[in-house]
Design a protein around this ligand. Structure first.
Ligand code: NAP
Length: 276
């Protein structure tokens, strides 16, 4: 595994972590997550929305110290009192007394000042070490940061994959400048990965062959070529878990990056932040 500092926190975090959305309950999922931990994919991304935090809890039982554990509050719960209750409930389901990172899942109608005050309170109580947001564009990040009086936003979790590269224009540079770790969700497009018979799919295969890597591994390496970007692919199948752990720890050449850039172009104008 490859590690890098998680924004201003300086915490060394695995570049490839593990998503858990739609990870079904059961032994297979617990085993997949544990295998991921064995392979160094110790950033585990949970959320109250996913209704499976107990699975994560079971997987990390006895291994909490190895894990960089993130969870998220739903915008509808993100009031002053609701945020604390939601966090308490996540902690109980995850079987731990603290998170490493707690995020507002997306912007809702509760004023950001209220949610951020609640988040600061969680840090003060030791319920989470760091706080952040998800699905926030630059202006929303600025508002969230302004609403904080003691803490700093540590991370923004956003959609980023080969066919949705809008965040490269302004969001990634903004986050780099302010020490905010970008966590790329749905790095395989949530089941819309370029097929082997498409021109893009063929190119990824061709490039991968030069390094002994698969198209999915090439995609993970391409997305994490910026040094403030982390990825959290979800994999219920053990062969996928193993494959994803090999998405980093090697480098694409400048020529190959240019070929991928051409096949999956970033937009040439500002676009609204993508969201799943
Ligand atoms: P994803 O990681 O882009 O794709 C998951 C799909 O790819 C699954 O069907 C998985 O199959 C398959 N897969 C995984 N590794 C593979 C490999 N090496 N080769 C071929 N197929 C592979 O999609 P995602 O779950 O939407 O995103 C990842 C995580 O990001 C989520 O689980 C969640 O934690 C987070 N997320 C956050 C938000 C947000 O709003 N903050 C939104 C969406 C997602 P198997 O499972 O069968 O192995």
């Amino acid at each position: 595994m490859e590690w890098r500092p998680f924004g201003w926190t300086g915490e060394q975090v695995a570049v490839v972590g593990q998503g858990t959305w739609k990870l079904p309950p059961g032994r297979r999922s617990v085993q997949a997550l544990r295998l991921g931990l064995d392979l160094g994919m110790t950033h585990v991304d949970a959320a109250e929305l996913y209704a499976n935090e107990e699975v994560v809890g079971e997987a990390i039982a006895g291994r909490r110290k190895e894990v960089f554990l993130a969870s998220k509050v739903l915008p509808t719960h993100a009031s002053r009192a609701g945020t604390r209750t939601a966090c308490e409930q996540s902690l109980r389901r995850l079987g731990t007394d603290h998170l490493d990172l707690y995020l507002l899942h997306w912007r809702g109608s509760i004023p950001i000042e209220e949610t951020m005050a609640a988040m600061e309170d969680l840090v003060a109580r030791g319920m989470t070490r760091f706080i952040g947001v998800s699905n926030f564009d630059v202006h929303e990040l600025e508002e969230a940061q302004k609403a904080l009086t003691k803490e700093k936003i540590a991370s923004n979790q956003v959609l980023y994959h080969l066919e949705d590269r809008g965040i490269e224009r302004k969001l990634i540079p903004y986050c780099a400048k302010h020490g905010i770790a970008v966590v790329a969700y749905s790095p395989f497009g949530h089941d819309s990965f370029p097929g082997p018979d498409t021109p893009g799919g063929r190119l990824l295969k061709q490039i991968g062959a030069r390094y002994g890597k698969t198209p999915h591994q090439v995609a993970l390496r391409f997305l994490t070529r910026h040094d403030n970007v982390f990825v959290i692919p979800k994999a219920a199948r053990t062969e996928h878990v193993i494959e994803n752990s090999g998405g980093v720890g090697w480098q694409l050449s400048e020529e190959d990056i240019a070929l991928i850039d051409k096949a999956f172009p970033a937009p040439d104008h500002d676009v609204p932040l993508g969201m799943i």
